[in-house]
Design a binder for this molecule. Structure first.
Ligand SMILES: [Fe+2]
Length: 338
């Protein structure tokens, strides 16, 4: 992994050796402490040799929301399902052998991920969700991940780059840093009793804009991260702001960790509320986070990302220039993006 640092941000990238994590509880705790501490952890030395990397790195699934977030756990159970049928027909054009090979790969990936989780997490997750992406992602907006009920659990996210090419991310402010440095200009009239994900959404859209505000006028400083093929990394996506610049094939995993163990402190909920208290002491004009401070009316996200995902993030290689500004694709006089 190569990280091109922006010195206006802390360097929150940390390396971990799989050998150490596996055999030394202190190393495993250090990895988990990086997760809780809003850092970006990379695990070196985890073998992917069992996987058929050539097969995986040739896959191309349709550029639709469902394929972008393909929940592959559902493929592992017995019996027919709509998801299996859609994957066989639309992902593999009816090629059963390729489909079955893919399912085998997913089984292997799941086993590998569970091995990593059991080494790092201090308590067992109540839910583990595997998602694969074998479709292109290009220039997401800078964001924090939002999870329903984020105040009552932690969300451990693990990724494996399954591509031949680097996956390029940009990362920016850690959540508590953004909130504290943004001060009242960012958090005024936010009620700390609101659900954490709602607070995070308000802070994020004021700081970075909505999902379609992906043009280049964003002020936030950003580290540029080149995730190598085969790199394994984990991060609390609620706490480290990020955007995919480009990437094609990846495995991502969400593990829901229930509260109740002292080893989970400080939780996302605590970090967020404590940062809000600090922010409320910073008067307008005293803020130092370098972000856009959008007024709500300036946040222009359209409501139908799910339906529009194919055209917004797909339809690349058009043979023409597509231009985007903060309202999304720019239309020319003929009414089409050019
Ligand atoms: Fe994300």
């Amino acid at each position: 992994m190569d990280v091109f640092l922006d010195r206006r941000l802390p360097d929150y990238f940390r390396s971990h050796s799989w050998q150490s994590i596996q055999h030394d509880p202190v190393a495993a705790s250090a990895a988990f402490a990086d997760f809780l501490g809003q850092r970006f952890g990379v695990i070196h030395g985890f073998s992917l040799a069992e996987l058929d990397r050539d097969f995986l790195s040739d896959l191309n699934f349709p550029q639709t929301w469902d394929f972008k977030k393909l929940q592959v756990d559902s493929l592992l159970g017995h019996g027919a399902s709509g998801a299996k049928k859609a994957l066989l027909n639309d992902g593999f054009h009816g090629d059963k052998a390729a489909y079955n090979h893919f399912v085998t790969q997913v089984q292997l990936l799941r086993r590998m991920c569970l091995q990593i989780l059991s080494a790092i997490l201090p308590i067992k997750p109540t839910q583990v969700r595997l998602v694969t992406r074998f479709s292109e992602t290009r220039m997401e907006n800078l964001h924090y991940d939002q999870d329903a009920e984020s105040d009552n659990h932690e969300a451990f996210r693990l990724y494996i780059n399954l591509d031949r090419s680097p996956r390029i991310w940009a990362t920016s402010y850690q959540m508590t840093e953004l909130v504290q440095l943004g001060g009242r200009r960012l958090v005024s009239d936010i009620d700390e009793r609101s659900p954490g994900e709602m607070i995070l959404k308000r802070v994020m859209s004021r700081a970075f804009g909505g999902w379609n505000q992906r043009a280049t006028e964003r002020l936030a400083p950003r580290h540029m991260v080149y995730v190598d093929p085969g790199d394994v990394f984990f991060v609390d996506g609620r706490c480290v702001s990020h955007q995919v610049m480009t990437g094609h094939r990846v495995l991502s995993l969400y593990a829901r960790i229930p509260h109740g163990s002292p080893r989970l402190a400080p939780t996302f909920a605590t970090k967020l509320r404590q940062a809000l208290m600090v922010a409320k002491q910073v008067p307008p004009g005293g803020e130092t986070a370098i972000v856009n401070y959008f007024e709500p009316r300036q946040v222009t996200a359209a409501p139908q990302l799910r339906e529009e995902w194919g055209s917004v993030f797909g339809e690349t290689q058009t043979g023409r220039i597509r231009r985007f500004d903060d309202s999304g694709a720019v239309e020319n006089r003929m009414g089409t993006a050019e």
